[in-house]
Write a protein of this length. Structure first.
Length: 111
C-alpha cells in the first residue's frame, strides 16, 4: 500500500468542520523552502485528495500552513498556523489534523 499525507480541520469554536480554509504545503528539504501545493478544505473540513501520495510522498521535512485568521475573518490572536513535521517512512500514511479556534489550536499525528 502506498503512503499518503492528509489533513482535516475542525473549528472548535463553532463545533463543526472548517469549510473553506486555505492550506499551504511546503517542502523544507531545500532553502528557500518550496511551496508544493495550496488547497482549500471542503464542506467536511478535509481536502478532496491527499496532499501527497505514492511516489510524491518522500522522506523529509514539511510544513503545513493553515490560514486560520482568514477563515475566522478577523486578524485576532491567530493568523497563520504553521505545523512542521517529518516524513520518515514514506510507505506509511500520515494524517495531520488541526483543531482550532480564533485563540488556540492543537494538532497530532492521526491515522
Amino acid at each position: 500500500m502506498a503512503g499518503k499525507l492528509s489533513t482535516h480541520v475542525l473549528d472548535t469554536a463553532q463545533g463543526k468542520p472548517a469549510s473553506g480554509m486555505k492550506i499551504e504545503l511546503w517542502s523544507l528539504a531545500s532553502q528557500p523552502a518550496k511551496l508544493l501545493k495550496t488547497v482549500t478544505t471542503n464542506a467536511d473540513g478535509r481536502t478532496d485528495q491527499p496532499l501527497l501520495a505514492g511516489a510524491a510522498l518522500k522522506a523529509g521535512e514539511y510544513e503545513l500552513v493553515f490560514h486560520v485568521g482568514d477563515y475566522f475573518r478577523a486578524k485576532g490572536f491567530l493568523d497563520r498556523v504553521p505545523v512542521r513535521f517529518t516524513i520518515s517512512d514514506p510507505p506509511a500514511s500520515y494524517h495531520v489534523p488541526l483543531l482550532c479556534s480564533p485563540w488556540s489550536y492543537t494538532t497530532y499525528r492521526g491515522s
